[in-house]
Design a protein. Structure first.
Length: 426
């Protein structure tokens, strides 16, 4: 009896929160803001002194807040477990995100591809607005590193941070993934999840540049950006592409990068078990017949010119030596001597310039992480754990990822909102 009374006395002395949030990034800050607005008490524990560190560098420092589209379109742009997001997106869609930030005084604008940015083009405005909202509505911000979760009888009771403990009715894991580890996103959330019995799917980079087998050739074109090409990613020799889209890409010293390549990388699985290649249509607006007629016309303008000097109207200067070499047509061959078969092969090359995927670049260079806490173990309506009472997971720590365009941040906002609504008052 004395032991019970002592425990009750200690409990009364400790400050109790409705929720303890581990991680002060996009999802953690947003959840803390929503909890505060609902009148629920919360504390966010962030290992960095500055909150929202990764958020402040997203979108090259501009912060692609969301995509100005409907919830169904967001789901179509989620590459894994999109059905899991149905409930949370239905309750907090892109229009709600935009209304929220504009309500905080952050003016927004919509650019090409329906990408939404702050008018200021500064990611700091988004992060600072979230920090201010948290503080204004009573959510506490603490800099420190969580070392373990406090659990008793299958229920999480709080988090230990050094010698200090933070107790709450709920604990929310918002630690992010493994990409950009220098910002604090080092995968620690996966360890916490595993310590409580959760499964974590394989962690690999996503939205990441691709290293090609033809590195030397790509290096010749380093810095060259293609703005209107179609990129297709294929597995082994399968006919149907895993990904195909019109847009922009970039040649680098190691291979390929740019928006199309980053999105394609989200579909690359175990390279040790499967082979992948990328096909680039350099002239997607032209059929093979139209392209042949175009080439014939260009070559006809200077019939005595050497082939290597005849493609200036058709291709960027950096690409010409590569295409000439791949075509098999001697660079010094006069264009009036090029055969119909050679011209046909040139058309095929321009419509399907192929690169073999060697590997993805390091996860340190990935925009987001592919893999995470197994979503079958999470309630999609609340983000609550099915294995441990009072435990929640939100944002990139979950096995959810999407294409570029603001969709990954939308996942963070929607899961955080659903969680905040579900957390119970003490």
């Amino acid at each position: 009896m004395r032991k019970t009374l002592k425990l009750l006395s200690v409990t009364k002395m400790m400050k109790m929160y409705d929720a303890v949030i581990v991680g002060g990034g996009a999802a953690g800050l947003f959840c803390g803001a929503q909890l505060g607005l609902l009148g629920k008490s919360a504390v966010i524990i962030e290992k960095n002194e500055r909150f929202g560190r990764k958020l402040r560098i997203t979108g090259k420092g501009r912060c692609n807040v969301t995509n100005n589209c409907d919830a169904q379109t967001v789901m179509k742009n989620i590459t894994r477990n999109e059905r899991f997001m149905y409930s949370s997106l239905s309750r907090f869609a892109p229009e709600d995100v935009m209304a929220f930030f504009e309500g905080l005084g952050v003016a927004l604008k919509t650019e090409r591809g329906n990408r939404v940015f702050p008018v200021s083009d500064s990611a700091h405005d988004i992060a600072d607005a979230l920090v201010k909202c948290c503080l204004d509505c009573g959510t506490e911000l603490v800099s420190g590193e969580v070392t373990e979760l406090l659990v008793e009888d299958g229920k999480v009771l709080g988090a230990k941070c050094g010698v200090k403990e933070y107790h709450g009715g709920s604990v929310i894991i918002a630690t992010g993934g493994r990409s950009y580890p220098k910002t604090g996103s080092d995968g620690f959330g996966y360890k916490l999840a595993k310590s409580l019995g959760h499964h974590v799917t394989p962690i690999v980079p996503s939205l990441c540049p691709i290293v090609t087998a033809e590195r030397e050739e790509c290096a010749e074109m380093m810095g060259l950006s293609l703005k209107n090409c179609t990129l297709s990613l294929r597995e082994d020799n399968k006919t149907k592409p895993l990904y195909e889209e019109l847009g922009e890409m970039l040649f680098t010293h190691f291979g390929l990068s740019g928006p199309l390549v980053l999105s394609a990388s989200a579909h690359i699985g175990d390279i040790d078990k499967h082979s992948y290649h990328i096909d680039i249509d350099l002239k997607p607006a032209l059929s093979k017949e139209q392209l042949d007629a175009r080439i014939l016309r260009d070559l006809g303008d200077f019939p005595n010119r050497e082939f290597g000097n005849s493609l200036g109207k058709l291709l960027p200067a950096k690409m010409i030596p590569v295409i000439v070499k791949r075509s098999g047509i001697p660079s010094d061959k006069r264009v009036n001597q090029i055969t119909k078969e050679e011209r046909r092969d040139l058309v095929e090359l321009l419509k399907k310039l192929t690169y073999k995927v060697d590997r993805l670049r390091s996860i340190d260079e990935a925009i987001i992480t592919r893999g995470g806490v197994e979503v079958s173990e999470i309630d999609p309506k609340t983000m609550g754990s099915k294995l441990c009472k009072g435990l929640y997971f939100i944002g990139e720590v979950l096995d959810l990822d999407a294409y570029t365009g603001g969709f990954n941040l939308q996942i963070a906002w929607s899961t955080a909102y659903a969680c905040a609504q579900a957390v119970e008052y003490l």
